[in-house]
Design a binder for this molecule. Structure first.
Ligand SMILES: [Zn+2]
Length: 201
């Protein structure tokens, strides 16, 4: 716990005085983020850090492998879909960004099977993307995990369109969908364009 408490004290001493006005304004007026980020829970891929975002800028949904299931309004516990509903319909974000990354343990589990101790929830969750193993097999010449990290971002973007209110907003031009991949080892961000990711200058 010491590391967390020390980190909090640093925040209070340095960040809070700088951002205080912003926090107070957000507290009184409410949040109005323009961007919703679907990111992996991976500790190395923090959207706030990567996009140098301040308080109130990003509405973030994090889960294993940055996946979005298809639209299934039923009585199950749809945490990711609930966050999408709130962000898109209530907060009216202007864009959804799907942030995949290199060395993704979730994608690796999808390709190679979940670890033995992660069968209860991780296994069915990554099943969302399992169809890719047959619908988009990795070409012989390319890195299998990089290929599926790319295709998983693409599938998530497709699944977002299965939500009728996302589809409508995209069609009317009030909502944009974008895919990114963060390379943990180089710190370079790629934007999904056509066949693959193009490094952002
Ligand atoms: Zn990951």
């Amino acid at each position: 716990m010491d590391r967390l408490i020390a980190g909090y004290r640093k925040f209070r001493a340095t960040t809070w005085p700088q951002e205080r006005d912003r926090y107070e304004e957000l507290a009184s007026k409410g949040q109005k983020p323009e961007t919703l980020v679907v990111s992996c829970s991976d500790s190395r891929v923090d959207p706030q850090t990567i996009f140098s975002a301040g308080p109130g800028e990003l509405f973030v949904v994090r889960n294993v492998a940055a996946l979005v299931p298809k639209y299934e309004p039923d009585a199950h516990y749809h945490g990711t879909s609930a966050a999408l509903e709130f962000g898109v319909r209530v907060l009216k974000v202007r864009r959804i960004v799907v942030l995949g990354h290199a060395h993704c343990g979730g994608v690796q589990a999808m390709v190679e099977g979940a670890p033995d101790l992660a069968k209860d929830f991780v296994e069915p969750w990554i099943g969302i993307a399992k169809e890719l193993l047959t619908t988009k097999p990795a070409p012989a010449h390319c890195d299998k995990l990089v290929h599926f990290e790319t295709e998983t971002v693409r599938l998530t973007l497709e699944n977002l369109l299965s939500f009728p209110w996302i589809n409508d907003a995209v069609k009317s031009g009030t909502l944009g969908l974008h895919g990114f991949r963060f390379d943990v080892s180089t710190g370079v961000l790629g934007l999904l364009e056509g066949e693959g990711f193009v490094s952002v200058d």
